[in-house]
Design a protein around this ligand. Structure first.
Ligand code: AMP
Ligand code: TRP
Length: 331
């Protein structure tokens, strides 16, 4: 059985980009692969954060994943910091990566641009992400388009480590969806939908009500030429709506384009489709968040399952790279 791993940052309620770009796929993968999913709270320390809020959001993000369909009886769901091997392997991979390759990561460049103070962890972030993946011998990593470069780096690090120190890691592949791999902000269709951007009207979260969804879709920025055509360069706002409708109804982009001559009806159908897809997620979220203790307990169980796999891989890597194993005189 293939092994799958993916992660999401604990930035509060999940948005449509997370859901369509990644998490919907996780919920399908759990039934066909041995799947590990984590809330990456250590990654949440790479930019300014509030300690209490981080803790709260870590739990809320886990609740969001359960609401979106992850079944803890079927997959392994855990919090990254509960499995100490992530931080430990990350160091070995920081000593495998080079300053040059980390400097070329576009996410680092974007997030550090114009900032006076940048945490060193933001720079080494991709080594920690590589550790998340390599610890579980993952064959496949379902992510949105924005993570492609980090996955390439992970593959390079695995190959380099294996060739220097002997076969240790499985070299993973990115699994990026065909549509909705990069959901754009509804108000600023030139940038991706994200939780950190201050754009409440541009971001639809899994907890938005039917009315909020309808309002945001209605107000979504398009263009004035009025022609229904898929052209992400010239008509990014409309292209985004077309992709969202395709992704939320299981139709192709061409089918969606062929079905409309005006923006209004397309927006109306999109609002309906999104509200229909998200209503059960929102309902489950409300139910689950009423019982945080149960969620905490199942995260603890998940961490124990994850540790069993991660500790074996970490030991392999420590041995290969030349650390003296505790209690051993092996050379
Ligand atoms: P993050 O919230 O940045 O930790 O992202 C969690 C997952 O959602 C990753 O696989 C991302 O690639 C994916 N993702 C985040 N934002 C978007 C977006 N706007 N469109 C598509 N996928 C996204
Ligand atoms: N960097 C990813 C993001 O911002 C989150 C992440 C951390 C991740 N570790 C991972 C994704 C491991 C996939 C696999 O979206």
């Amino acid at each position: 059985m293939a092994r799958v791993l993916s992660g999401v940052q604990p930035s509060g309620s999940l948005h449509l980009g997370n859901y369509l770009g990644a998490i919907r796929q996780w919920a399908l993968d759990q039934f066909v692969a041995d799947s590990f999913y984590c809330v990456v709270d250590l990654h949440g320390l790479t930019a300014e954060h509030d300690p209490g809020e981080l803790r709260q959001r870590t739990l809320e993000t886990a609740v969001g994943l359960l609401a979106a369909g992850l079944d803890p009886e079927v997959c392994t769901l855990f919090v990254q910091s509960h499995v100490h091997e992530h931080a430990e392997l990350s160091w070995l991979l920081e000593c495998t990566a080079t300053f040059g390759e980390l400097s070329r990561m576009t996410q680092f460049k974007d997030k550090s641009l114009g900032r006076e103070s940048v945490r060193a962890g933001l720079f080494t972030y991709p080594a920690l992400m590589a550790a998340d993946i390599l610890l579980y011998d993952a064959d496949r990593v379902p992510v949105g388009e924005d993570q492609r470069q980090h996955l390439e780096l992970t593959r390079d690090l695995a190959l380099r480590f294996n060739s220097r120190y002997g076969e240790t890691f499985v070299v993973p592949e990115a699994a990026i969806p065909k549509v909705a791999a990069r959901v754009m902000d509804l108000q600023h269709p030139e940038r991706k939908m994200s939780k950190s951007v201050e754009s409440p009207l541009g971001t639809i979260t899994i907890l938005d009500s039917r009315d909020e969804i309808a309002r945001k879709v209605r107000k979504a920025v398009t263009d004035t030429d009025g022609e229904v055509r898929y052209d992400p360069d010239r008509k990014p706002g409309l292209a985004n709506l077309i992709e969202l409708l395709a992704a939320s109804t299981g139709r192709s982009v061409d089918e969606v384009v062929g079905g409309y001559t005006r923006y209004g009806p397309l927006k109306g159908d999109l609002a309906e489709a999104l509200a229909g897809a998200l209503a059960p997620v929102k309902a489950r979220y409300e139910q689950l968040s009423a019982d945080p203790a149960s969620v905490a307990a199942l995260l603890e169980k998940g961490a124990a399952k994850a540790s069993a796999v991660a500790s074996a891989t970490l030991r392999r890597a420590q041995q290969a790279i030349g650390l003296l194993m505790p209690g051993s005189a092996d050379r």
